[in-house]
Design a protein. Structure first.
Length: 336
């Protein structure tokens, strides 16, 4: 039986966003996640409605939205990394619908509400590519930024935590001047999309609302749990959000091949457990193989168990330095 504190919002329409040939961001990702949830007895999806295309304008420029709509009448590429197909438009509108439902559920009741969606979104900026990024990085419309905007309309403010292995540059760009949206982002430094450094703290009037943790290459559970304890948990305790939006990417899992990160169930379980007091709207980002098979269920299990097991850690010198630098910069707005 599915737990009363878990909902999964999913539509088979998400499988219709299809690459023209082999691509890591493909429909089988969701099938991997579904199998993992089935294994836990947690697969009982709710089917979302697509949103009206006007909803996309909450986070994107009309010109970009039209460009995607026109391109996706056939198989084509928005850039060398990012494809569209005849199913993309409907999948993207339905993904926003799933996000809206997850946020509404999280605003109404306790629990973890997962929007199990494709295409992913956190690299998509207001008009496409964000900051210095060379591409959209497989993303079409920014699901997490939309979740943040919806949550803000009702709750007045929102916390977003992005633990995808890559920086959520699109989310950061869209929310850059928004002082009601606190965005904490842990990711591997010096890789795509080449942003998300410690000194990126938010635009004028919103300084201190963007918190970047650019983790060293090869960082694993010790480094991530350390950063989580030292930065994420203190901000969570001080901000006291009504709900938390999670940009949930599992591509930092050991043996996922896109980065050098070495995370395991230990980090994802721990992270989930520390969030169990908060309603969550969880939006799927990256994760291409083992991360979805093992990281996603670990995060959900940690949340549902609600038991925080302290984990002794020995972070690398580089991670200690990164966290110290973040504290030094952010202590103007937060206490650590
Ligand atoms: Zn990623």
């Amino acid at each position: 039986m599915v737990s009363p504190v878990l909902s999964v919002v999913y539509s088979p329409v998400f499988l219709e966003h299809r690459p023209p040939s082999y691509h890591p961001e493909n429909p089988s990702r969701l099938l991997t996640a579904i199998k993992a949830l089935e294994r836990l007895g947690l697969w009982e999806p709710r089917e979302p409605e697509p949103v009206d295309p006007e909803e996309l304008l909450k986070v994107h420029e009309r010109g970009y939205v039209e460009r995607v709509r026109e391109a996706s009448v056939r198989h084509s590429h928005l850039d060398p990394d990012t494809y569209v197909s005849p199913g993309t438009w409907d999948a993207a509108l339905t993904a926003f619908g799933a996000v809206r439902e997850a946020v509404n559920l999280a605003l109404k009741k306790e629990g973890l509400h997962l929007a199990l969606v494709r295409p992913p979104g956190h690299h998509a900026g207001r008009s496409g590519r964000a900051f210095n990024a060379p591409s959209l990085g497989f993303c079409i419309f920014n699901n997490a930024a939309y979740a943040a905007k919806l949550a803000e309309e009702v709750a007045g403010r929102v916390l977003i935590i992005d633990f995808d292995a890559h920086h959520g540059n699109g989310t950061q760009e869209i929310l850059w001047n928004d002082d009601k949206a606190v965005h904490i982002d842990l990711h591997e430094r010096y890789i795509y999309p080449w942003s998300g450094y410690e000194y990126e703290v938010g635009g004028k009037g919103a300084e201190g609302t963007k918190i970047n943790l650019p983790m060293p290459h090869h960082a694993g559970d010790d480094e991530y749990i350390y950063a989580w304890n030292e930065i994420v948990l203190p901000i969570l305790a001080q901000f006291k959000p009504k709900l938390v939006v999670i940009s949930a990417g599992f591509d930092g899992f050991l043996e996922e091949s896109l980065t050098t990160l070495r995370l395991s169930e230990l980090f994802f379980t721990y992270a989930g457990s520390t969030l169990s007091r908060y309603p969550l709207a969880v939006v799927l980002e990256g994760g291409y193989s083992v991360g979805l098979d093992r990281g996603l269920p670990a995060f959900i299990n940690g949340y549902l168990s609600g038991e925080i097991h302290e984990v002794p850690v020995r972070p690398s010198y580089e991670a200690l330095r990164t966290v110290a630098r973040v504290k030094e910069i952010q202590s103007e707005w937060w206490e650590f």
